[in-house]
Design a protein around this ligand. Structure first.
Ligand code: PLP
Length: 372
């Protein structure tokens, strides 16, 4: 049987995205060069229920500017989970600070709040809560720790559009939040990101930083008050973003539906877990991920081989950042080290078919049967 490739993600682009992008390309210049950017920021603020938003060229850029605005710099420390995409750590290093990697919880694969608290030193300037694969961090605990020590909690919600924690959307609870609209994410503009906050002063600082250090009240033309950044989103990207925002519920619901189908079909297999959704939360389900208990003996390599041989994208769980050559530390982060060795990310794009999911489930169940 020949089957077309099943990708792990693929954007959902309709006539609407094409229409808006076309309009921006034809008409969005001169006086109108910020129109879609402004609309996109407004729509995003309304969706998230936050006061301020700045569209950026990437989530990495949003994190970089946000942390610069918090004054994070030379010799400071920022605590984050060891399990992560490098994009969260890179801006910390660029600012001359040091990322401090702590272990994850075995069920949510997100930062362990107790270990985050234990890692605090006089140099700690922030804790970053990354909602991994759409799973939510324990925000109550993290915010309480932040309050106790006077340390800001940053939310990297790049993977968590659609995730809700006790009625609040991921990204809206911390000192600031960041989002990614990379082509693999639930909402895409090709490349792109968003900085969000409810802090008026922080917003003003990031706005100035985002415009090459030119404060918006500055009347002198071409005058910069500080050295800033250039991490802006283009109007054409924002046009695609506006169309995606009109479809945001549809995009999130489809992700959730795909996760639900995997969960319903895997929940009877003992020792297999999938993205959790604890009481009081909604999982935006960016990336369905299955983890096999160690006792079963199924490895990442076996999962990769079985899926790839059937032309299915098999994406590995993030390696611990502490294992990368530039960070190499003697990490004792047990879960961050061993969860990736027995897990895999499953395909979950908008237009995938039930038959695609059934095929993937069939392969996984067959592999499982060989082990138990
Ligand atoms: C995708 C991602 C990023 C980076 O987003 P870019 O827009 O590519 O900069 C950052 N953090 C996490 C957790 C991500 O998944």
């Amino acid at each position: 049987m020949t089957k077309t490739r099943i990708y792990y993600t693929k954007p959902s682009i309709t006539e609407l995205e094409v229409e808006y992008a076309n309009d921006a390309a034809c008409n969005g210049w001169g006086d109108r060069c910020y129109e879609y950017i402004n609309l996109f920021e407004e729509a995003f603020k309304a969706h998230l229920d936050v006061q301020y938003a700045i569209a950026t060229s990437s989530c990495t850029g949003a994190l970089h500017m946000g942390m610069a605005a918090l004054g994070i710099g030379e010799d400071d420390e920022v605590i984050m989970a060891d399990t992560n995409w490098i994009a969260t750590a890179a801006p910390i290093v660029h600012l001359g600070a040091k990322p401090v990697f702590v272990d994850i919880l075995p069920d949510s694969w997100c930062i362990d709040p107790d270990l985050a608290e234990a890692a605090i030193t006089p140099r700690t300037k922030a804790i970053i809560a990354v909602h991994l694969y759409g799973n939510l961090c324990e925000m109550d605990r993290l915010l309480a720790i932040g309050k106790k020590y006077g340390i800001p909690i940053i939310e990297d919600a790049a993977e968590a559009i659609g995730s809700v924690y006790q009625g609040k959307r991921a990204g809206s609870m911390g000192k600031f939040g960041s989002f990614s609209f990379h082509g693999t994410k639930t909402l895409t503009t090709g490349e792109g990101g968003m900085f969000v906050t409810n802090d008026a002063d922080l917003y003003e600082t990031v706005l100035t930083l985002s415009n090459h250090g030119r404060a918006r009240g500055q009347t002198k033309q071409f005058w910069a008050d500080m050295v800033g950044f250039k991490y802006k989103m283009s109007n054409i990207q924002a046009a695609i973003g506006c169309a995606q925002m009109e479809r945001i519920d549809e995009l999130i619901n489809r992700k959730r539906e795909i996760l639900k189908y995997y969960r319903e079909n895997l929940q009877f297999l003992k020792g297999v877990s999938i993205n959790p959704e604890p009481e009081g939360t909604i999982n935006g389900a960016w990336m369905p991920t299955i983890v096999f208990d160690k006792e079963i003996g199924i490895t990442r390599e076996e999962l990769q081989t079985s899926l790839q041989s059937k032309n299915i994208d098999a994406r590995v769980f993030f390696h611990p950042l502490s294992s990368l050559p530039m960070f190499q530390t003697q990490s004792q982060n047990k879960w961050a080290q061993n969860v990736p060795e027995r897990s895999i990310n499953l395909p979950s794009y908008h237009d995938m078919l039930i038959s695609d999911q059934d095929f993937i489930l069939y392969i996984l169940k067959n592999l499982y049967k060989k082990f138990v």
